[in-house]
Design a protein around this ligand. Sequence first.
Ligand SMILES: Nc1ncnc2c1ncn2[C@@H]1O[C@H](COP(=O)(O)OP(=O)(O)OP(=O)(O)O)[C@@H](O)[C@H]1O
Ligand SMILES: [Mg+2]
Length: 250
Amino acid sequence: MAEMLSLRGVVAGYGAGDVLQGVDVTVQSESVTCIVGPNGAGKSTVLRAVSGLLRPSAGSIEFKQRDICRSSPAEILSLGISQVPQSDGLFANLTVRENVLMGAYIVRRERKLVERRLAEVGELFPLVSERGEERAGNLSGGQRRQVEFARSLMLDPTLVMLDEPSVGLDPKALKVVAGAFQRMVEAGKTLLVIEQNVRFGLRMATQGVVMESGRVLMEDRADAVLENPEMTDLFFGGTATAAPQAPAKG
Ligand SMILES: Nc1ncnc2c1ncn2[C@@H]1O[C@H](COP(=O)(O)OP(=O)(O)OP(=O)(O)O)[C@@H](O)[C@H]1O
Ligand SMILES: [Mg+2]
């Protein structure tokens, strides 16, 4: 597997001090890399640095061996990196199709291309073609998430970054989301996902990254991270929603 994205010693913040304190993360082509970590660890900040919304004060970010540290968000998008943001970003009053088309805004004048892309994402997410004329606000949480994924694919990115895609979803919708990830990978996409549901995230990922206080504590195969006893202490000390039930005594 080739290296698609690499962050080396990335330092970045919002003015009041550095949030990222020298972050190293590697994302291999056609993998699913999942970043986990407590609130405020800097996970979303990593995605902001990669998408060009935040300029690192030190370190390097390379996408397909090309330095993107000084590239604008628009350049980074057109190089093939798209992002699905943390909160539900659909326009409830617009149709599914209209929402998906927003993902192709910068190429909107290339009608043929847009139609082709719409057909492609419709194949990956049949909901987009089947319920294209419905208002996005009428869909369930899992369905809305699929529309967001479809929108993020309209520029045919190679790397899709998703910030907490499972938030607020019930177990059935989680399955839908996991299936959607699999289909995106089969379609040749590389995924960088942030998850607050540690078990869900690391089970569907190939690689795992653990962050805390602006640093990477661990980077390994996802199953190795999940089984690491230190991770159990960090995440399953009672707060994680998917923590295993203790066997009943007696
Ligand atoms: N726009 C901003 N301006 C100033 N500080 C910010 C901004 N966004 C985030 N921060 C701070 O940066 C730190 C890391 O935030 P970040 O959003 O990257 O964490 P996170 O790991 O994504 O957390 P969560 O799990 O809550 O989403 C936090 O201390 C946060 O308060
Ligand atoms: Mg976040």
